[in-house]
Design a protein around this ligand. Structure first.
Ligand code: G3P
Length: 200
């Protein structure tokens, strides 16, 4: 049952809502536009607020749904539950349905964080939003979020499996943000609302 729940989690994560929504409303592959990332930030950049909010919510819901199903199938085992969040993020980042070219996992991480601890989610999300509001770098906010989560989950005394899994999802996020980190260090990372990155 545990293995089955992880496979289901990976498959749920593999549903790339930014790809599906951008195809549906604009007939484009989001991965050929903007930053090339299949995620909410790039949807905002390319298609605007409405589609981006939809992608953010649906991608976050994937994490929660995967964990909810795992909870039901495994009777609440914390390791199975935590790992299913990680599998959902892996599906989002490397989706089996879309040539393994997905997003950076941040929206799905938000859903997983909510499943770990609403308070840790809130702390991470507030710090990320403040960072983005001040710097206009979504990637920096995302990296702050994933860095804060393991610490908050540890301090809040959540199960060890949640702490280790949130560390692993931070590693995923840092790997997926390799280009963003390089751009941030070089001072040419895309900022939210940049004129040169207007929507279609
Ligand atoms: O969540 C993804 C965000 O951190 C960066 O996205 O499109 O600017 O590379 P993007």
């Amino acid at each position: 049952m545990v293995l089955l729940s992880w496979v289901i989690s990976y498959l749920i994560g593999s549903i790339s809502f930014s790809y599906l929504i951008s195809k549906k409303i604009a007939g484009i592959d989001i991965r050929s536009h903007g930053s090339g990332n299949a995620g909410a930030t790039n949807t905002l950049r390319v298609l605007g607020k409405g589609p981006a909010i939809l992608v953010l919510l649906l991608d976050a819901a994937k994490g929660l749904l995967a964990m909810g199903i795992t909870h039901l199938l495994t009777g609440g085992d914390p390791v199975a539950y935590a790992m299913s969040g990680l599998f959902a993020i892996a599906g989002h980042n490397w989706p089996i349905f879309f040539g393994f070219r997905g997003g950076k996992g941040i929206a799905t991480t938000l859903g997983v964080a909510l499943g770990f601890s609403p308070l840790a989610f809130l702390i991470g999300a507030v710090l990320a939003v403040v960072t983005i509001a001040i710097t206009r770098y979504v990637s920096l906010g995302s990296l702050i979020l994933v860095s804060v989560l393991p610490v908050a989950i540890y301090v809040l005394d959540k199960p060890n499996a949640f702490v280790w899994t949130s560390l692993a999802l931070a590693v995923f996020a840092y790997i997926r943000h390799y280009n963003n980190i390089r751009n941030l260090l070089a001072g040419n990372e895309r900022k939210l609302g940049d004129r040169s990155h207007r929507k279609l």
